[in-house]
Design a protein around this ligand. Structure first.
Ligand code: UDP
Length: 448
């Protein structure tokens, strides 16, 4: 129940300002606003522009109260996430004062998993806190278990309680947790945040029941209650999908007409999310792999990456390769009929987007929750095959070319599985589907 004077149906949203965290939480924000809730989003300068197209029941709260040093750390969240997690925590006191001063204060805080301190804040002001997980239910189960049990450092760790969970080599588990084992000072703050996450009143996970049902059940066990909802895959309205998460570095017309000129299922899309920075040798191996495969491709390279690799390459592959330097309109690309495969770092948003588009994947997990995600899509769901592993690995370009050619050219089982699961994803978010119903249920609980 809400605290003194809290307004039922007013929600405060606190995102973590990196693309993979902000994008799905803002998609959820919009759905909540469309269902009649009043929403205030704590907007750092990076987030503000993304809110411009939002319904008027979404208010942006721009707190000027971060000390300059913390503001700088938050601005660098995509490069130094650990420092940013702690820096954002300096909003705890100012936000408490803000809430106390509101004539119509929120009755619920929904915050990202890197904003675990919001649980204590909510307790202090007598309202409820909901954890938003941009990671899947399997990955969240693993991370929770790590922080809760604090296993000894060994070569590998297994999670016997988690359904179908394999043994992971250490380097494949949360970097945050490893930093803690190595005694990095900020990680104690991060650990406290995760322990607080486990005490939250509710949890919303960007996933859907057919995809991760057993892991959702496991999360309910860990949490000790049933207020754990699967509302994914979270998506923007069609009209906004071209500029989701940032303005595209290519013109919509150029991208679409290039894809239109390709045969159905003939293009491999290569993108490693918003954080990964590839080394020159990795870029070279990728370029060679794509060149040798002879396939059509769209390759997203970071605008600040080693561009030397592209010299000559773009000419050699002219006509069948499209290189995007900067931010790609990932959703329209994945959903184009020309799409045949998605080479991904296995970020959870990318996986959901690939699944919703029905595109089979080539997996190259690099860090964070990506190894766990790869287990799910390669070994369990069988919609992907592994092509490489690890942030520092240089893949063999011949093998890469072969994997691309096979997945695009042959009638591989991953393709029919991808089509099947796409059907389940579409159904989940359609009216009456399980994610749709979970969202309704969640909104009802917030109103109560
Ligand atoms: N994304 C995009 N264009 C890009 C790179 C990424 O639209 O050029 C989006 C992508 O669609 C996804 C998010 O950014 O929604 C990245 O999240 P993900 O969990 O896949 O990976 P992360 O960036 O967190 O590693």
């Amino acid at each position: 129940a809400g605290g003194g004077g809290a307004v039922k149906g007013h929600v405060l949203i606190i995102p973590f300002p990196t693309s993979g965290h902000v994008i799905p939480l803002l998609d959820l924000t919009r759905l909540l606003a469309m269902r009649g809730l009043t929403v205030t989003v704590l907007a750092t300068p990076q987030i503000l522009p993304l809110l411009s197209a939002y319904p008027s029941s979404v208010n942006a709260l721009v707190l000027q109260l971060l000390p300059p040093e913390a503001a700088r750390d938050v601005a660098l969240a995509s490069v130094y996430p650990r420092a940013a997690i702690q820096a954002l925590g300096s909003l705890h006191g100012p936000l408490r004062e803000w809430i106390a001063a509101q004539p119509n204060p929120p009755s619920v805080i929904i915050s990202d998993m890197f904003v675990g301190w919001a649980h204590r804040l909510a307790e202090e002001v007598g309202i409820r806190r909901v954890l938003f997980s941009p990671s899947g239910a399997m990955a969240l189960s693993v991370v929770f278990t790590l922080w809760r049990d604090m296993p000894k450092i060994a070569d590998s760790v297994s999670f016997p309680e988690i359904p179908n969970s394999p043994t992971y080599p250490w380097r494949q588990l949360s970097g945050l947790f490893q930093a803690h084992r190595e005694g990095e000072p900020v990680s104690e703050f991060i650990r406290e945040g995760f322990l607080a996450n486990m005490e939250s009143w509710g949890v919303v996970v960007n996933t859907f029941n057919e995809l991760e049902g057993p892991y959702m059940d496991h999360l309910r066990k860990i949490m000790g209650h049933d207020r754990v909802w699967a509302t994914g895959p979270l998506l923007p309205p069609e009209a906004d999908s071209f500029s989701r998460g940032g303005s595209s570095s290519v013109l919509a017309d150029d991208m679409v007409s290039w894809l239109d000129s390709r045969k159905d299922g003939s293009v491999v899309y290569v993108c490693f999310g918003s954080q990964v920075r590839l080394a020159e040798e990795q870029m070279t191996a990728l370029a060679l792999g794509m060149e040798k495969s002879g396939a059509n491709f769209v390759w997203v390279v970071r605008a600040d990456g080693p561009m030397k690799v592209l010299e000559g390459f773009e000419d050699r592959v002219a006509g069948r390769g499209f290189v995007i330097k900067g931010w790609a309109p990932q959703l329209p690309i994945l959903n184009h009929r020309a799409m045949g495969a998605f080479l991904t770092h296995c970020g959870w948003n990318s996986i959901l987007e690939g699944i919703k588009a029905g595109v089979p994947m080539l997996a190259w997990p690099m860090g964070a929750d990506q190894f766990v995600n790869a287990t799910l899509i390669v070994d369990q769901l069988k919609v992907a095959r592994r092509v490489s592993e690890g942030a520092g690995t240089v893949p063999d370009s011949d093998k890469l070319a072969e994997a691309i050619t096979e997945l695009i050219g042959e009638d591989r089982p991953e393709r029919s599985r991808a089509t099947e699961i796409k059907g389940a994803a579409v159904e989940a978010i359609d009216e009456g589907g399980c994610s749709y119903k979970d969202l309704d249920e969640f909104v009802k609980c917030i109103h109560a």
